[in-house]
Ligand binder design. Sequence first.
Ligand code: PRP
Ligand code: ZN
Length: 292
Amino acid sequence: MSRLRVAIQKSGRLSERSLEILRNCGLKFARSKDKLFWYGQDFPLDVLLVRDDDIPRMLLDGVCELGIVGENIAREVMLERNGSDGMTCRRKLGFGHCHLSLAVPENMEISSASELQGLRIATSYPSLTRDLLAKKGISTEIVELSGSVEIAPGLGTAEAIADLVSTGSTLRANHLRELEVLFDSQAALYCTTRSIDDEKQGLLDRFLSRIEGVLQAAESKYVMLHAPREALDKITALLPGVEHPSIMPLEGSDRIAIHAVCGETVFWEHLEALKAVGASAILVLPVEKMLA
Ligand code: PRP
Ligand code: ZN
């Protein structure tokens, strides 16, 4: 009996949301004592809880078929290994947003990345930083550090850094300022491109369609409203991400009921605009599950 493995971050920024997505796919786990391996009970998918930096290599080495990890880390490892053979990004997951940025000491007189030409840049993402700077035509000396990159300028080991910025508090605490964003990153689902047997492939397809459903449901809302029939076109155009709403007659009224699944975020501004063209009794409901 085949089983799939998904690697997720053990503890850190992405852990909680990664697990939440798996749970929303209807997966339940028996936790092992060491907590690094969770056995999937209702679906043959087990979870490996590991350091985020290890996830791309585990995918490339065939230890797991799936992984949830920051694009920054995945890109770094793919570049390190000369291209993307072995794994592919299936879907961005819409959380864990951060960017890889160039930062310099607050008091350094510099206004653009091009002025870093020939200087030393400390980073934990040497391949990605080198690649992105080369694309801008800037050549620098890369000082590779495994952590605490933010203290490198203070220690005199580099003039600038390329590091992940999320809230910006690490930069502020170290008297650094963001000079330029090099790369926008978020959590993404990566999948092996190694050939796997038919049974595993079947499981993988089932899991991917569930996860797609979970993510679509999270973004979707079910909207119900009443409106004059002649406003139908205007209302359809105002409902975000809707092409074909359902129309129902309202007993004893010349108005109609319109129901639709909105595939994009529904804001208060949308509801106000709907009201302005004659809609009333507007209800917005969450969508729990979806299977296309
Ligand atoms: C990153 C980065 C900074 C910090 C920035 O580390 O190296 O230390 O986050 O975040 P802030 O702008 O909110 O202060 P991360 O948490 O990804 O840890 P890791 O590199 O050890 O995985
Ligand atoms: Zn990490």
